[in-house]
Design a protein around this ligand. Structure first.
Ligand code: FAD
Length: 554
C-alpha cells in the first residue's frame, strides 16, 4: 500500500492542548503511522499507509475541530538536490557547520541516512554543553551542594565539621570530567562514523552556498548551520571598559573570589551565584525584573529568593543597573530601584544576562540567510532558513536554548534536509529545569499565560511539607503547582520548586503531551515514599483537602 504524507489546515485550536487532543484522535485512525500537530502553525502532518484523506479529516472533526487537506507545494514533494556530489541513489553530501550538540545530532543522523557528512568545528569539539555549559556547571553545583549539605543537614548527629573545600582541586576535577566526557561522547562517537569527516577549522559560507574551510571549497548538497550562541551583555555604562566575567570564565576561575556580584537572576546566573556562595564567596545577585527566574511562575521566583537569602546571598530585584566601574579593590555597580540609587561592591563581576546566536562574521547574511531581531537565524517550522538548501538548529535559531532542544533540532534538520521536510519542529510540552537548590522545574502554561490565551483554569498548590518523602528527608522547601483546564480537567501546566524538582517534571510533561487529566493523575499509582507521589497529592488537591488524607493518599 502507498505511503503518503498529508498536510492539514486545522481550525478551532485555542492552545497546545488542542493540538494534543487532535494528535491523539489522528493516531487512532487505522493506517496512520505518525501524526504531528502544531498549535502555533494551525497545521497537522499525518503519515499514512492506505488511509483515505477523508478518514483523517473526519477524525479531526469528531474531536471537535475543522480540517482541510493542503496540496503540498512542488518544492516539498521532493527535496531540492544540488551540487556535484549527488550520484546514483546516494544522498547528497551534507556540511554541518558547528560541532556542538545540534551539530553532532545532525551529522550522525545524516550519516545514518546514508549521506557523506563534513562536520566543521572552529572551536572545541562538543561545543557549549560539555565544555563550558551543562557539564562543568552541574558538577561544580554538585560539589558545592555536597559540602553545603554536610554542614547544614538537619539530621541530629550527622552534621560534619564545615570544611572549606580545596577550590583548585574541585576545578581540576571538573576539568578532568569535561575532558573525559568530551572524549567519550564526542571524539569516540565520531570515530564510530566513518562517513563523517571532521574539519577543525572555522567555516565561511559563500554567496553560492559553497563553504570555505581552511582554504578548501566544499560544495555540499545541503548545509546545516549549528553554530550555537555566546554570552551577551546589555549596554551598561562603563561595562565595556571595566570588563566582566562570562559564565564560561566564572566556571574556570582558578581561585575562589572573596566576593562576587552577579548581574542576572535567571538560570545561569543563579546557578553560578549559589555555587560560589556555597564555596564561601559573598555573593550579591542583581536582577532587573521584579522576581528571580522571571520566565517562571512569579510565586516560585519569590520563594526561591527567600531560600537563597537564608543561605546568605544578597538578592535584589526590580532594579536598573546604571553604571559599572573597576578599581583596585574590584568592581562597583550602581543600580537604581524606586528612585533610590545604591552601590554594590565585589571582587568579581559576572554578567549573566542571556546568550545571543553566533551568526556574524562568516557570511550568513551575505548569502541571503535572514536573521531575526536578536541575530538568530530565522527558520520555518521545518528548521529551513530563507535559503531552502540551508537548515539551522540549536541555540543559533534562538530561544529556548537547551541542549535537548539542540539535539532534537539537529536530528530533525538532517531529516528534513534529506527526506524533504517530512517533520515539523514542535516544542509543545517542553520541560525546563533551573539547577538551584531547591530546583525549579516547569512545563506548560503558567496561570498568567493561560489567562492571556483565554483558557479558564483551576490551580492546585501543594507545599512540599505535605509530601511524606520530603518530610522523611527533612527537605520540605518548596511547593508543587498544577494548572488544569477547567473545561476538560486536563493538565496544562506544572511548576515545581523542590530539592529534586528536575526529577519530578517528566510525569507532568507526559501528562500534558498526551492530554492526561488531573483526575487520571490523582488516580494513578505512585510509590510511597517518593517525591513523585507529590504529583499525585497535588492532583488530589484540586478536589480534596490534602490535610485530611491519611498515609498513602488513596
Ligand atoms: C553555563 C551554562 C549551563 C547550561 N546548562 C544547561 C543544562 O543544564 N541543560 C541544558 O539543557 N542546557 C544547558 N545549557 C545550554 C546548552 O549548553 C546549549 O543549549 C547547547 O549546548 C547548545 O548546543 P548547540 O549545538 O546549539 O551550540 P554549541 O554547543 O554552542 O555549538 C556550536 C559550535 O559551533 C562552533 N562554531 C561557531 N561558529 C563556527 C564557524 N563559523 N565555523 C566552525 N565552527 C563554528 C562553535 O565553536 C561551537 O563549538 C547551558 C548553557 C550554559 C552557558
Amino acid at each position: 500500500m502507498d505511503k503518503q504524507t498529508l498536510q492539514l489546515d486545522i481550525e478551532g485550536m485555542t492552545c497546545d492542548h488542542c493540538a494534543v487532543t487532535i494528535q491523539r484522535a489522528l493516531s487512532h485512525v487505522p493506517g496512520v503511522e505518525r501524526a504531528e500537530v502544531s498549535f502555533p502553525a494551525r497545521r497537522a502532518e499525518v503519515q499514512t499507509t492506505g488511509t483515505e484523506p477523508q478518514a483523517v479529516v473526519r477524525a479531526v472533526e469528531e474531536a471537535g475541530y475543522r480540517a482541510s487537506v493542503v496540496e503540498p507545494p512542488q518544492s516539498q514533494a521532493a527535496p531540492p538536490e544540488r551540487g556535484p556530489s549527488i550520484s546514483g541513489g546516494r544522498k547528497p553530501d551534507v556540511v554541518v557547520l558547528g560541532g556542538g550538540s545540534a551539530g553532532f545530532a545532525a551529522a550522525i543522523h545524516a550519516a545514518d541516512l546514508g549521506a557523506h557528512v563534513t562536520l566543521v568545528e572552529g572551536g572545541t569539539l562538543g561545543g557549549t554543553c560539555v565544555n563550558v555549559g551543562c557539564v562543568p556547571s552541574k558538577t561544580l553545583i554538585r560539589a558545592a551542594e555536597v559540602q553545603h549539605r554536610a554542614a547544614h543537614h538537619p539530621f541530629d548527629g550527622v552534621r560534619t565539621a564545615v570544611q572549606v573545600p580545596d577550590f583548585p582541586k574541585v576545578i581540576a576535577q571538573k576539568d578532568a570530567l569535561v575532558t573525559a566526557m568530551r572524549q567519550e561522547k564526542y571524539w569516540d562517537v565520531l570515530a564510530a562514523y566513518p562517513n563523517v569527516t571532521l574539519r577543525q577549522s572555522r567555516g565561511i559560507v559563500n554567496r553560492d552556498l559553497s563553504m570555505t574551510v581552511d582554504g578548501d571549497t566544499l560544495k555540499p548538497g545541503h548545509l546545516i548551520v549549528t553554530t550555537g550562541a555566546s554570552p551577551w551583555a546589555p549596554p551598561i555604562a562603563g561595562l565595556a571598559e571595566a570588563g566582566s566575567l562570562t559564565s564560561t570564565e566564572a566556571l574556570a576561575l582558578s581561585t575562589r573570589p572573596a566576593s562576587m556580584i552577579v548581574i542576572g537572576g535567571s538560570a545561569v546566573g543563579l546557578e553560578i551565584a549559589q555555587l560560589y556562595a556555597r564555596f564561601g564567596t559573598r555573593v550579591t545577585v542583581l536582577e532587573a525584573m521584579p522576581t528571580l527566574v522571571p520566565a517562571e511562575d512569579a510565586e516560585i521566583g519569590t520563594a526561591l529568593a527567600d531560600y537563597v537569602r537564608e543561605e546568605g546571598l544578597e538578592v535584589r530585584t526590580g532594579l536598573s543597573i546604571g553604571r559599572v566601574d573597576r578599581g583596585e579593590g574590584g568592581y562597583t555597580v550602581q543600580a537604581t530601584a524606586h528612585g533610590r540609587t545604591e552601590t554594590f561592591q565585589g571582587e568579581q563581576l559576572l554578567v549573566a544576562t542571556g546568550r545571543r546566536a553566533n551568526t556574524r562574521g562568516f557570511g550568513l547574511e551575505e548569502a541571503g540567510i535572514e536573521l531575526g531581531k536578536k541575530g538568530e537565524i530565522r527558520v520555518n517550522e521545518h528548521l529551513q532558513t530563507s535559503r531552502p538548501e540551508v537548515y539551522a538548529a540549536g541555540d543559533v535559531v534562538g530561544d529556548p536554548m537547551f541542549v535537548y532542544v539542540a539535539a532534537y533540532g539537529g536530528h530533525l534538520a538532517a531529516d528534513n534536509a534529506l527526506n524533504g521536510n517530512s517533520r515539523r519542529y514542535d516544542l509543545s510540552a517542553l520541560p525546563r529545569v533551573t539547577f538551584t537548590d531547591p530546583q525549579v522545574a516547569s512545563v506548560g502554561l503558567t496561570e498568567q499565560e493561560a489567562g492571556a490565551k483565554g483558557i479558564d483554569v483551576s490551580v492546585s498548590k501543594l507545599p512540599l511539607s505535605y509530601v511524606p518523602r520530603a518530610l522523611a528527608a527533612h527537605e520540605t522547601r518548596g511547593f508543587i503547582k498544577l494548572i488544569a483546564d477547567r473545561r476538560t480537567n486536563r493538565l496544562v501546566g506544572a511548576h515545581i520548586l523542590a530539592t529534586d524538582a528536575g526529577e519530578m517534571i517528566q510525569e507532568p510533561t507526559l501528562a500534558i503531551k498526551y492530554g492526561i487529566s488531573v483526575n487520571e493523575l490523582a488516580a494513578a499509582f505512585h510509590p510511597y515514599l517518593t517525591l513523585a507521589e507529590g504529583i499525585k497529592l497535588a492532583a488530589q488537591t484540586f478536589t480534596r483537602d490534602v490535610k485530611k488524607l491519611s498515609c498513602c493518599a488513596a
